[in-house]
Design a protein around this ligand. Sequence first.
Ligand code: SF4
Ligand code: SF4
Length: 327
Amino acid sequence: MMILMTRHASQYDRGPTLCAPDAEKSCFACCPPIRPAGYEHIRYRTIIQRMLRENTRSFDCQNRDLHPITGFSCWALGYLDNGSRLVGCLLHPARHNGRDLRPLVDYGEKCRRESCPESRTFLAMSPESRRYWLRLAKGLNSFQYSSRRFNPLFRLLGWGQILLGRVASEQRETDLTRNSLSALYPVLASDLGPRANAYLLGRIIMNVPLEHLRAEMFSRRFGDFSGGIVSWLREMPLENQAPYTHLLALDSLFLDLLRLGGGIRRIREDQAQAFKKRVDRAVTDFLHEIRTECTGGPKTERSEVRDESRRSADGFFKTLNDHDGRK
Ligand code: SF4
Ligand code: SF4
């Protein structure tokens, strides 16, 4: 949590973090680490601003007494700069010559360990890619930036570092803003759940020109395709005693598709692998179709069959099974 909280030349050499992107704003969404589900600081902005002012004013950096925190607020959360733009941890090692004073709130390892999946995805991208996507957060203050409702990066990062990294590496000059996102990349700004669809879209987009991401038609076609896969997964018979899906040693994006798309919380590894094989085959067919459509070539017998079967998830996978010789 709050990985780098002070402005520091070497920090910017390494590239921005999601927690501390620049000198205008910071994220403090996960402070303190235990919060009610769906809690957002911005809903209580006036009260919290007052608390931050008081915390900052009363903070004594020489005091090493233990002051356990209770409830959902922390006495060590305050303003980090004179302009009251950056909000963060006053006990963070970056403010105390490397000495970590966060244990003074008696939260054990929670403060040091806390990091959200989005911050890890962000950090896995190159500094250039991170800066590209940070354009979406331009003009947000720390309260808005810390809110999943206001900050589009939290949702967008669900698409994963490979896909977002590829877009950023090829589109650096594009005028990306919060308003232009849906016009530039309709599929990324669509209603599709990013984490549930990142595996499918990632496999597709690695095999077609990036221009597809810009087409509204592609967004609709991908939505139909994803809907077919998800419906099929949801109908699969499963075992209640199987291992938890997220613990399996398979591609984590595929496991997200099973869990968040297909609602599969438990599954045997061999069954998950069999599903993956079939999903990958469906992706290959989908790629074949959109390539054919883009080149304007005649439809193959196979894509005509696919058009027919797209009417329902059953039809979609029945065709796939027929190709496999399974009925
Ligand atoms: S000690 Fe720092 S990191 Fe921990 S909850 Fe308080 S402000 Fe957040
Ligand atoms: S919610 Fe994520 S981005 Fe925000 S401070 Fe916590 S780890 Fe950083």
